[in-house]
Design a protein around this ligand. Structure first.
Ligand SMILES: Cc1ncc(COP(=O)(O)O)c(C=O)c1O
Length: 365
């Protein structure tokens, strides 16, 4: 709770409460248990495959996600990129959502680094593609066209609201690719959230995808790292690409030790993040001028739109003065729940947005 510190008997107006950081689930701090495990991790050289803790993490993640082999990578972006390089031939075209992280927020890595172009398909309101649009986008064999090398999906679909996409829909989304022999990569950065929200094992959501990238550093609170899983031969190629990109780490067991706890200890707790996200969503949806598509709020993310005349950047600045940080842009805001935010944090966030909008900070002059 807030207390005004005193210096020489004078009160200073300094807020010493911890900052409530809702900008991203990447703000989740590592747990005390993770820090202890990191300090005590058994390590070796991972580039030569000799780090026992990394090897254990890779095997565990492959098992949880129902694939043959795993690869520990420094980030989700690198996991997605090495999967694209391993699966889509040079010069081919990759299909990905127009709201996907791969197409919009990874510096166009597949094209810049890899010589593969990305063609976007419209993500519908609930994050999925029209299967007919996937079929129509797959190139015919014509000398003018690039070959279609890969289909990328995202689950949960971040920018559509963190929507969890169920197993039947995943099967339908991948059907054409299966039929035509096109591999599928799943950006499953938050597949853990999807599995908890839908009450199914992660492997059920991953079964029709060739590879899956899943983040350990978001809601699961590991400080660094993602895992890529897939067939052993594909992962072996991805491992070479990880080296090419400078992602080969040495005694990375220090990081993998936290990743193991992310997998074993942190998945069940995501249900609390989802409950808190729902509370925030329903409360702010009632704030005049703020709208939330509540149907899309199924996991830990809440996207809100602002009516003309309001400014998300101004609202965020006002909230930051109350010690609550959010992601915002002129016409919208995002709240990401994670292990570092408890019920009191949610109350503070709700109070801060109420104050920011109530004070008129969000309303342009
Ligand atoms: C859906 C999705 N994919 C990939 C990433 C990239 O992860 P990283 O920040 O670890 O590179 C993010 C990051 O927020 C994401 O939301």
């Amino acid at each position: 709770m807030s207390r005004a510190p005193t210096v020489y008997g004078r009160e200073y107006n300094v807020d010493v409460r911890p900052v409530i950081d809702l900008r991203g689930d990447w703000a989740a701090p590592p747990t005390a248990e993770m820090r202890r495990a990191m300090a005590n991790a058994e390590v070796g050289d991972d580039i030569t495959g000799e780090d026992p803790t990394v090897n254990r993490l890779e095997a565990m993640a492959a098992e949880v996600l129902g694939k043959q082999a795993g690869l520990f990578v420094p980030s989700g972006s690198m996991g997605n990129l090495v999967a694209m390089l391993a699966l889509a031939p040079w010069g081919s075209e990759i299909l990905a959502g127009d709201q996907s992280h791969i197409a919009g927020a990874e510096q166009g890595g597949a094209a810049v680094v890899g010589g593969r172009s990305i063609r976007t398909l419209a993500n519908g309101r609930m994050g999925t593609f029209d299967p007919a649009a996937i079929r129509a986008a797959i190139r015919e064999d014509d000398i003018h066209y690039p070959r279609t090398g890969l289909l990328c999906l995202e689950n949960t679909q971040n920018q559509c609201g963190g929507v969890p996409i169920d197993a039947a829909t995943m099967a339908a989304q991948t059907e054409v690719a299966r039929e035509m022999g096109i591999p599928v990569h799943l950006d499953g950065s938050r597949i853990w959230n999807a599995a908890v929200a839908l009450g199914v094992p992660e492997a059920e959501l991953a079964v029709h995808c060739t590879t899956v990238q899943a983040c350990l550093s978001k809601g699961l609170a590991a400080p660094v790292g993602s895992i890529l899983v897939g067939p052993a031969d594909v992962i072996a190629v991805a491992r070479r690409h990880r080296k090419l990109l400078g992602g080969g780490m040495r005694q990375a067991g220090v990081l993998a030790a936290a990743g193991i706890l992310a997998l074993t200890e942190m998945r069940a707790g995501l249900a609390d993040d989802h409950r808190r996200a729902r509370t925030i969503a329903e409360t702010i949806a009632a704030v005049p001028g703020v709208s939330v598509d509540l149907d899309t709020v199924g996991t830990n993310l809440v996207y809100a739109s602002l009516e003309p005349g309001m400014d998300g950047d101004l609202i965020a600045a006002a909230m930051a003065r109350d010690g609550v940080r959010i992601s915002a842009w002129r016409t919208g805001m995002r709240f990401a729940l994670h292990y570092g935010i408890d019920d009191e944090g949610v109350e503070r966030a709700i109070a801060a947005i109420g104050a920011a909008v109530g004070q008129g900070s969000g309303v342009a002059a």
